[in-house]
Design a protein around this ligand. Structure first.
Ligand code: UDP
Length: 375
């Protein structure tokens, strides 16, 4: 008999949630991760009383009550509401695109005026596409132009997106931009979901809670001794890079990664918001995160005489650094499909952003695990 029912490769959100549910069913699990700590890209480091999101801002949101109840059964969540601000050439605009943005952009005061502006610009884009014989948006640029028009596309979308993905908007899939809501109310809540927040005490609390009672080992590389690790358990849950699992036999998938420049400032309140996006092409970073605002509200912000900010630079992934985002363009989508065909023949369970090569949000990962039959 093998010592474990499940070997879970990767202690990110998919692996940790899987381990939690499997343990509840009485399964013996071992979770291994090559990093020195658990949590994958959710990991936070506590610096001078501030939880610093070491792998970029994570904001939990969902409309699925089962998912929300599940995460709240692990840790309580605070009332953080994401309302990022965009800085374009020094002028500030509220996000997501809503009546505040339209007022800032055009001076329009009513939904009717804003709609008329947008309709005019959308029509222009649709007409141009028709002339070119195109009926459905084929890429992110066409999607944005037909969704919101050229003013917002050029000032708030184009530069940011091209910096984030390192590719032209005309080469990116349309679905990326569908994440961004458009509203004709004065509402700066970035998400449309019913529930939203940050775990009280930070994301490490969520991971610790999920992995409570589960055996874990860090600084362990599955690929360095694959047959040994595989021999330990009846079933494998793999959450790492799918192309690496197959020794890159069809070639390498591409990923985007974020590089951070972290600074501590002797300042209580550097930018007045957790997230400020820099949407112009010429500023090399995509956004500045001020971490204290995720967990400190109102007067609490002033209790600490310093603050920590991170400038985010989006870069192409290469060996030796952590991958963040799958790049779902034509080449990579095709390549992933070839790997996926191999996975269909395996008894291994593949899950999460890297193993499924999918731009998942956290709630979608949890939903996915909750829907699996763990037996
Ligand atoms: N986006 C944009 N301008 C912004 C913020 C987002 O054009 O100021 C677009 C961009 O294409 C980006 C997508 O929306 O890739 C998703 O952005 P979000 O910040 O939601 O993604 P995250 O990096 O947080 O997963």
């Amino acid at each position: 008999m093998k010592p474990y029912d499940y070997l879970i490769v990767g202690a990110g959100l998919f692996g940790s949630t899987y381990a939690c549910l499997a343990r509840k069913k009485g399964k013996r699990c071992l979770v291994i991760d090559r990093r020195p700590y658990l949590g994958g890209n959710l990991y936070c480091e506590r610096i001078e009383g501030i939880n610093v999101h070491k792998y970029g801002a994570h904001i939990f949101h969902t409309s699925n009550k089962e998912v929300w109840d599940f995460v709240n059964s692990i840790v309580d969540f605070n009332r953080y509401t994401n309302s990022p601000v965009a800085n374009y050439q020094g002028k500030l605009y509220n996000l997501p695109f809503n009546m505040n943005t339209f007022y800032q952009m055009w001076g329009v005061r009513t939904p009717e005026e804003a709609k008329a502006r947008i309709e005019e610009q959308k029509l222009e884009a649709v007409t141009q596409m028709r002339v070119a014989g195109v009926s459905e948006p084929r890429n992110l640029e066409e999607q944005a132009l037909t969704l919101i028009g050229k003013d917002i596309y050029e000032k708030l979308i184009k530069g940011y997106t091209e910096k984030q993905w390192g590719r032209r908007c005309s080469e990116l899939p349309a679905f990326i931009i569908k994440r961004l809501p458009v509203r004709f109310v004065f509402d700066n809540n970035y998400f449309n979901d019913t529930y939203q927040g940050i775990p009280m005490g930070g994301y490490n609390k969520l991971i610790e809670g999920l992995l409570e009672g589960v055996e874990t080992r860090t600084n362990v590389d599955f690929f360095a001794d694959r047959s040994h690790w595989e021999s330990l358990a009846d079933k494998i849950v793999f959450t790492g890079k799918i192309d690496e699992f197959y020794d890159y036999r069809f070639g390498k998938l591409e990923y985007r990664t974020v590089r951070f420049e972290e600074e501590i400032h002797e300042h209580c309140n550097y930018q007045g918001n957790a997230v400020v996006n820099y949407t112009e092409r010429d500023i090399p970073y995509t956004r500045i995160i001020e971490h204290k605002h995720f967990e400190m509200f109102g007067e609490e912000v002033y209790k600490l005489p310093y603050t920590i900010i991170s400038r985010e630079y989006s870069i192409e992934w290469h060996d030796g650094i952590e991958p963040y985002y799958p790049v779902n363009d034509v080449r990579n989508t095709g390549l992933y499909a070839r790997y996926k065909e191999l996975t269909d023949k395996e008894s291994v369970i593949f899950g999460g952003r890297l193993a499924e090569y999918k731009y998942y949000d956290m709630h979608q990962v949890i939903e996915k695990v909750l829907d699996l039959k763990i037996e």
